[in-house]
Design a protein around this ligand. Structure first.
Ligand code: NDP
Ligand code: KPL
Length: 316
């Protein structure tokens, strides 16, 4: 049986947020959960313009992979980068062979690694989002930051049911590779700093973190402009000023948010370090000592306090 609604994989903050957005469009939404399957409706908390909390409820279906039926034409994977492929393989049998698969995860690498696992005529849309969200329980989420979201085709099959149109208004992007790289740069600055120093996003703009924030941006801009950088076609016009402006804006708009990496570190969960600082650590041909430092510090969390002190000494 063909299902024309959306199948969302992952009831984390982003999966719950997108379940509400799709539901608001009048779409049928099914969310596949790996752990506990909620029996209550989805709840989304948001602050109105006067700072009062508003809660909206949505009638969507929560289920687990063993109770899925039919084949979905539209699938949105909202997992961490390292879970993307196993999550798709879990539900692959329930995806339509000419349908679309979309991803919303940070970092670089996992999206492209998914391509060989797709069915023959499925289109793959890689998404990037700078919205902030905090999961409160398996069925509730709080919006914590304003941001934008874009999806672009990274695998285009002529026989896909949706041709090359993404079935959600105003999010389609023709230059998604550029957006993916720009987003990984944003995450490579905000996420490690917030995770190492246990601070909210907005605090990266303040003392004593500010000099490290500035240095991390200058270093990345230089690495991204280098002719030897594999993705140089998408990044050659990046300047320290433009990168600075973009990353500072995200930090301001999500000032009260705890980045996904900070949440992972404080909840003792695996981080996306490998797909964020790890990406620059492997791919940048220029020296990126700060990214290398972040990468090693986050792989050595038992000594985070020492890494923190060292960073502060180096930049003051
Ligand atoms: N939170 C934020 O503000 C932002 C997050 N992002 C990015 O979006 C992506 C998702 O983030 P976020 O929602 O915060 O992450 P979470 O860790 O909150 O959620 C990921 C969810 O995916 C679930 N999952 C993993 N594997 C499977 C599977 N096989 N089947 C079903 N569910 C599965 C996890 O299940 P379980 O509960 O069992 O762990 C978890 O609920 C990440 O790449 C993140 O970096 C981007 C911008 C902002
Ligand atoms: C945009 C930002 C920094 C929002 O917190 C994010 O992508 C994350 O937390 O991973």
């Amino acid at each position: 049986m063909t299902k024309d609604g959306w199948l969302i994989v992952g009831n984390g903050s982003i999966g719950l947020l997108w379940a509400s957005k799709l539901s608001e469009l009048g779409e049928e939404v099914t969310v596949v959960c790996r752990s506990s399957v909620p029996s209550a409706p989805l709840e989304v908390e948001n602050e109105d313009e006067w700072g009062a909390t508003q809660t909206r409820r949505y009638n969507i279906e929560f289920t687990d992979k063993n109770h899925l039926t039919g084949k979905y034409t539209k699938t949105l994977l909202c997992t961490k980068a390292f879970d993307l492929i196993p999550a798709f393989l879990d539900i692959r049998a329930h995806t339509k062979k000419r349908g679309i698969v979309a991803t919303l995860c940070n970092g670089m690498g996992a999206q492209h690694d998914l391509i060989p696992h797709l069915k023959k005529h499925q289109n793959l849309w890689a998404g990037v989002t700078s919205e902030g969200a905090l999961k409160l329980s398996p069925n509730s989420v709080r919006k914590t930051g304003i941001g934008d979201t874009f999806f672009g085709l990274i695998r285009d099959s002529e026989q896909c049911l949706f041709a090359d149109a993404f079935p959600f208004p105003d999010v389609q992007s023709a230059n998604v590779e550029q957006r993916l790289i720009e987003k990984v740069a944003i995450n490579a600055v905000i996420n490690p700093l917030t995770a190492i120093f246990s601070i909210r996003n907005g605090q990266v703009l303040e003392q004593p973190i500010r000099p490290i924030f500035d240095a991390a941006i200058n270093e990345l801009a230089q690495a991204m402009r280098s002719q030897c950088f594999k993705y140089n076609a998408h990044t050659k016009n990046v300047t320290p000023e433009s990168l600075h402006q973009r990353i500072s804006t995200v930090a301001r708009l999500t000032a009260m948010n705890c980045s996904s990496m900070y949440e992972d570190v404080r909840n003792l969960r695996r981080t996306e370090n490998e797909y964020i600082s790890g990406f620059f650590h492997r791919e940048a041909q220029e020296d990126t000592p700060l990214q290398d430092f972040f990468y090693h510090a986050l792989n050595d969390q038992e000594h985070l306090e020492e890494h923190k002190k060292k960073l502060l000494t180096m930049y003051h």
